[in-house]
Design a protein around this ligand. Structure first.
Ligand code: FAD
Length: 383
């Protein structure tokens, strides 16, 4: 009689958005999985902090066909996690993508087969969504399935489900080093060294510390919460989530916040980078606040630009703003699933499933070549 095949021992480093969903996918496949985190997720040091994340089914910041293919799978993954966890995670408010009518990114969209997606002229945006005074050359796409997810609650739910399926969680245990050895990878953590068959590295902005020479950095991103000006409160109601390129190179995003009285706004701006996301970069300087207030005053004049509160968060960024998914030739058995450059949350369950397939030695199911950590960065990245 054949002895049953031993399932591979897999470690996932980082239990944020991508690590939690990778562990869930691996545990669902019956793999022997251990997930490490230097803190106890969800927590305020991860890219999953900051109250909410936007979900979409229409590609906009996604630049490769592989990522676009993962978008709907990502949304449906979060919907499944929400259902299985039995508590609400997603606010289904729809989402607008606003850009120049002639922009390559709007033009590239094939909306013919997309469910619940419609193109809106400038006038139609003005009538249906008076919150956005779009420019004369601008138009929009409305994605009815888009919405907002609570990232901390979502990570917590994914981890609970992973643990209930057998994943071992080692939290408050920092991994210091990953070393490929014959037939596996040594994971050196605060409590010793263990050898696994494969490792998935999903340590977000901290990943470069465990992957020497990986071309990525830890980038600061400011969020602000703004109340409507007196008499404008009605505009908050019915405000969809949005991503908006008011002019080339400028990028604003946001949506209603859970407090019911503010709009949360993020602006893609050079807020700077840090070398240690655990100890640096969270403070909000007066100049940071002023830059955001100026944009809000110009673009969303129905809001009081003073702002209710501000938070600085940090995400892992690659040079061409495209995430990494795959192995480096000189670091076998370490699968990178990191550097998702400000747009990884919506994709996380799909990235987790793909990373899990790679860790189990299966075909990824999408073309991951453009996501390879060995690629040459593409030039002239869009915001
Ligand atoms: C302000 C802001 C707004 C964003 N808005 C959106 C949005 O609207 N929609 C969207 O899709 N995406 C958005 N993103 C991007 C998205 O949130 C991230 O791409 C995604 O959360 C990254 O997930 P991650 O698992 O890579 O990182 P994280 O969630 O940060 O998880 C990494 C984990 O690794 C752990 N770790 C680090 N080092 C070690 C170590 N040495 N040992 C053990 N554990 C370690 C950390 O403690 C952390 O828990 C936004 C990001 C930010 C910061």
């Amino acid at each position: 009689m054949k002895s049953p095949r031993k399932s591979p021992r897999i470690a996932v480093i980082g239990a944020g958005a991508i690590g939690s969903t990778t562990a869930l996918a691996l545990a669902g496949e019956g793999a022997d999985v251990t997930i490490y985190d230097r803190f106890a997720p969800p927590h305020g040091y991860g890219a999953h902090a900051g109250e909410s994340r936007l979900l979409r089914t229409v590609p906009y910041l996604e630049k490769t066909p592989g990522e676009a293919a993962l978008l709907v799978q990502g949304l449906e993954g979060w919907e499944r996690i929400e259902k299985e966890a039995g508590r609400p995670l997603i606010t289904r408010c729809g989402g607008l993508i606003i850009d120049d009518s002639s922009s390559e990114r709007l033009a590239a969209l094939d909306l013919s087969s997309a469910a619940g997606v419609e193109s809106l002229t400038r006038n139609a945006v003005g009538e249906r969504f008076p919150q956005f005074e779009v420019g004369p050359e601008q138009s929009a796409v409305f994605d009815a399935r888009a919405g907002i997810i609570d990232p901390a609650a979502a990570v917590e739910a994914a981890l609970e489900l992973a643990a209930s399926r057998g994943a071992r969680c080692r939290f408050n245990e920092r991994v210091h080093d990953l070393r490929p050895v014959d037939g596996g990878v040594e994971v050196r953590s605060a409590s010793g060294t263990e050898t696994y068959d494969r490792v998935v590295l999903a340590a977000g902005a901290f990943s470069a510390g465990l992957e020497p020479g990986l071309p990525m950095y830890a980038r600061r991103l400011l969020l602000g919460w703004f109340t409507p000006r007196p008499g404008m409160e009605h505009l908050l109601e019915g405000c969809p989530s949005f991503v908006w390129t008011p002019e080339p190179g400028q990028f604003v995003y946001g949506g209603r916040s859970y407090d019911g009285r503010t709009l949360k706004v993020g602006i893609d701006w050079d807020w700077g980078a840090v070398t240690d996301p655990a100890s640096q970069g969270r403070e909000v300087a007066e100049s940071d606040r002023e830059a955001m207030q100026e944009s809000v005053r110009a673009l969303l004049p129905w809001l009081d630009p003073v702002g209710d509160r501000f938070e600085m968060h940090i995400d892992g960024w690659s040079e061409d703003k495209i995430g990494f998914l795959g192995e480096r030739p000189d670091r076998p058995n370490i699968i990178l699933a990191t550097a998702w450059s400000g747009y990884g949350f919506k994709l996380a369950p799909a990235l987790g499933e793909t990373a899990a397939r790679l860790a189990l030695g299966k075909e990824p199911g999408i073309d991951i070549e453009p996501l390879s950590p060995n690629r040459r960065p593409v030039s002239a990245p869009a915001p």
